[in-house]
Write a new protein. Sequence first.
Length: 301
Amino acid sequence: MTPNRVAIARVRDVDSHSEIRAAVAQLLELVQPVMQLSPHARVLVKANLCLIKSYETGATVDPFVVRSFAEWLLEHFDPAEIIIAESDATHLSADIAFKALGWQQVFRDIPRTRLLNLSTDPRVQVPLDGLYFKQLDMSRTYMEADYLVSFAKLKTHTLQRISCTMKNLFGALPEKIKIVYHPYLDRVIYDLTKVRVPDLCMIDGVIAHEGAGPVDGLPKPVGLLVAGNDPVATDHACARLMGVNPRRVPHLQLALKHRLGSAQYSVLGESIASACTRFEFIPAWVRGWYALKRRLAGTPA
């Protein structure tokens, strides 16, 4: 049996905190045997907060879902510290996002937990035999944490088809002006996954995002949470959940070609067939228009 696991849990009432908390616990119990998290570890959670849009829009991760995850970790593994992290975006400070989207309020009473702007953290140079980068300047805390969690959103993407685990890791690049990398986005996403492969992948699909994602799409309440121990396997499963062929996701195709991860995995909890909900994707000619629009305007992709 493959060592890779992808677990899927369903939330029937997307507004119910008790159901969300129970679904997070169910999900983590399914992947716990492959989590490989030591007690007293420093855990860094890279959350997807790329813009000032609340979780109800489907564009950003729900802080309550991450809080439920942090509380479960504190109870089951007793980590030394949980660091919730994001970097600045082209038109956004991560510190403003944490405050405006309520993350400071949600996590203020959670012990051993803090928020971190990766763009203001001391940096370390990391050599990389990547497809685009040969060296990256990364957050020291990000690279030196004992355990890395990518906490992404289940979203469509105008250029990459989906935005899940691997696209979320592009946001760990502590540079503010990331727009310059958009012409090479699939290779850059690959490199940002390779430089620090996450130990655990969490996907918030309670309220997902479809259409012209990851910014200009529409909310899609699907009530799904996904977790996996391999970023490629997790995103492969997410593509299938969204009704798209994983081979049509450029950065996922690159990852499989270069064996960064695996498309072989066991699915636990809900089956992909029972949980699959077809997302709306924009046509190819519209994707080309969005690519040009973003290059000219310098908006997130």
